[in-house]
Design a protein around this ligand. Structure first.
Ligand code: PLP
Length: 374
């Protein structure tokens, strides 16, 4: 290589404009590190690392207070929360009526509890289970109804819970997306026999890994508590349990993050407003039932065809922007499930839906750029 070439190479980094950082569909919130470290000091001086220590007790109390719920327990993650809910309600074996449009954990937790998922298609506007079609799926083997508040949009809770009461089957909600959502004037986690949430790092409130169960009935709450920590009190072994405890380190992250939730929600609300104003007409948006106070956790859009979606993915990728195909594929088509009934609405939406980047640190000009590309 001659001297000229070398000098050209050496000059190059200054000439190329710095490329904007990769933009993903979301980005985990990290609080000021000194605030987390201050709580670590408390763990070190107290010496208790897990098993419902003082930080976990404090976090659970604050969450109950903030959400206005009576029985809330923090657990290791949102998937175990679903499994605990099924177990605590005695849903072992039999059929669980659920939605094909969700994250895979909704269905895998049903399978882990040795139950058979029975899929009911979704409402094309809220993307939640179509409550008007649940009753026809009830059989003598139905053990539970498991709805998902998709992207924080409330299920038709009145209808689902009415059907549950009529047929004597419990209603569980996977409320993994619903932290901070209010419905009919109260927290969306305060519905059903048990609601579960995920506090995973990618969710709007997180404890790194984590989740919670919210039970209506004190006896169900007691069983949740027992089975999440091996099913025994000292030497008295009552039921076969599991280990779904979360640690003091997770509690510390939750305690530090909680005060930032509202501020992030208003930033996301602002960015969602920018999307609302600038996105082209041909993209269908999710509709929320009247009276919902959303948490702006996701910004889903439905394309007219899958081909248009794939083109948009390629165009955005060129700008270093990576939305996610949430949820894709429709869960009734999972290859390891026995033949399930067709769910044409869910299958169609799953092929055409994209969640656009939405998180508190996202710059507004990136949102504008995304709208231009689309
Ligand atoms: C994230 C998520 C889960 C799983 O929660 P984890 O805490 O990651 O185990 C379950 N259901 C839905 C709808 C989710 O989005």
């Amino acid at each position: 290589m001659n001297a000229l070439d070398v000098s050209a190479l050496a000059r190059r980094p200054q000439e190329v404009p710095p490329r904007r950082e990769r933009v993903n569909v979301t980005r985990s919130f990290l609080p000021p590190q000194d605030e987390y470290r201050a709580l670590l000091d408390r763990i070190w001086s107290g010496g208790q690392l897990t098993n419902g220590g003082p930080l976990m007790q404090d976090l659970e109390a604050r969450l109950r207070d903030e959400l206005g719920v009576v029985h809330l327990q923090v657990v290791a993650n949102g998937t175990l929360a679903l499994q605990l809910a099924l177990r605590a309600l005695d849903v072992t074996g039999g059929e669980v009526i659920t939605t094909p449009f969700s994250y895979v954990a909704t269905v895998s937790s049903v399978l882990w509890e040795r139950c058979t998922p029975v899929f009911v298609d979704i409402d094309p506007w809220t993307f939640c289970i179509d409550a008007s079609r649940v009753e026809e799926a009830i059989t003598p083997d139905t053990r539970a109804i498991l709805g998902v508040h998709v992207f924080g949009a409330p299920c038709d809770t009145d209808t689902l819970e009415h059907i549950g009461r009529q047929h004597g089957v419990p209603v569980i909600y996977d409320a993994a997306h619903a932290f901070g959502v209010r419905h009919q004037g109260r927290s969306l986690l305060d519905f059903g026999d048990v609601s579960t949430c995920s506090f995973h790092a990618t969710k709007v409130f997180h404890t790194i890994e984590g989740g919670c169960v919210v039970a209506r009935d004190p006896e169900v709450n007691r069983r949740l508590d027992l089975i999440k920590r091996f099913g025994h009190h000292f030497d008295e072994h009552l039921v076969p349990g599991t280990n779904a405890k979360a640690s003091e380190f997770q509690a510390a992250m939750g305690l530090v993050n909680l005060p930032y939730v509202e501020q992030q929600r208003s930033t996301r609300r602002h960015l969602a407003g920018t999307y609302d104003a600038l996105l082209p007409e041909h993209l269908q948006k999710q509709q929320l039932p009247a009276g919902t106070e959303p948490n702006y956790s996701y910004y889903p859009v439905v394309f007219p065809t899958e081909a248009r979606l794939l083109q948009a993915l390629r165009d955005l990728e060129e700008e270093n922007i990576f939305p996610r195909r949430y949820f894709h594929p429709s869960l009734n088509t999972l290859p390891y499930l026995p033949r399930t009934r067709a769910c044409p609405v869910s299958e169609s939406i799953a092929q055409r839906i994209l969640c656009l980047p939405l998180y508190a640190g996202l710059e507004e000009n990136v949102v504008q750029q995304i709208c231009e590309v689309l």
